[in-house]
Design a protein around this ligand. Structure first.
Ligand code: SF4
Length: 269
């Protein structure tokens, strides 16, 4: 080995030694530079070791999104996009059959610079009448969850995969989702939140491009185009299955940890 290369490597090892990044050379004594009485630290995962050096907890790892045929590829980035422009582009939309039975388009509501975005499936009856997402019973439960996290509705952004109410609240069809979801993708690209919470199967499957069910997906961190995404049960499901509230609260605690939030007081959902 060249003298310069060896000197360079030794300098890097001394630097790693200072940072105690022992996993780099577990077979090597920590006190290789001599005179260091500090006992060697037990082997740690590299991320944890770096976090300890920095004096803060490591962010939880994210799972890569394994996407089937992607909706995202079909959505071209719109230069200078804004929520107003997206709403204008939707217009009095008749792009899919859901327009026939809707009263109002339910675009989205909240802070246009929110760090946290909730994405649901589609509007229900109350939302269709008011033109605002998550205002019915399921919406009131979502508001309670947001407040239990120490936030207000105005702090976050709330929207749905499809902007028009499916008849009888049925699940949106594949082609309806494919037609409407580019607007959602543009909304997310414009807001650029730190965390996206998908509520229920449709939102999670649409953004993750998977057919897996919510019970498989919930509670794990995924990477959605550089943004942390977590899926949890839809609040409409919680109304039917209140026992699942604990699971949702666990998921929201993960979100709070990433956003550095502490709840004001312990509230029951
Ligand atoms: Fe247009 Fe979306 Fe409404 Fe379909 S659901 S009519 S694509 S706004």
């Amino acid at each position: 080995m060249k003298v310069e290369t060896r000197a360079c490597l030794e300098a890097w090892l001394r630097y790693s030694d200072d940072l105690r990044l022992t996993p780099l050379y577990r077979d090597r004594a920590t006190s290789a530079r001599g005179g260091d009485e500090t006992p060697p630290m037990p082997p740690q995962k590299p991320v944890a070791a770096v976090a300890n050096v920095l004096g803060k907890a490591a962010l939880p790892p994210v799972l890569p999104v394994v996407v089937a045929p992607s909706l995202f590829d079909a959505v071209e980035r719109v230069e200078g996009d804004s929520l107003e422009r997206i709403r204008e582009d939707i217009g009095d939309c008749t792009r899919c059959r859901l327009h026939r039975s809707r009263s109002k388009i339910v675009f989205g509501v909240g802070n246009p610079k929110a760090e946290l975005v909730f994405v649901g499936e589609g509007p229900g009856h109350d939302e269709d009448v008011q033109g605002i997402p998550f205002v019915g019973r399921a919406g009131q439960l979502l508001t309670q969850i947001i407040e239990a996290m120490g936030l207000k509705r105005d702090d976050v952004y709330i929207c749905n995969v499809v902007k028009c109410r499916p008849p009888e609240n049925r699940t949106p069809e594949k082609d309806e989702i494919a037609t409407c979801s580019p607007f959602l993708i543009r909304q997310l690209a414009t807001i650029q939140p730190k965390v996206i919470v998908c509520l229920g199967n449709v939102a999670a499957q649409t953004l993750l491009g998977t057919h897996k069910g919510i019970s498989h997906l919930r509670g794990q961190w995924f990477d959605y185009r550089g943004t942390r995404l977590i899926a949890t049960y839809h609040t409409a499901y919680l109304l039917r299955n209140p026992n699942a509230k604990g699971e949702v609260w666990k998921d929201m605690q993960k979100v709070m940890a990433v956003l550095g939030l502490t709840p004001p007081t312990r509230k029951r959902l």
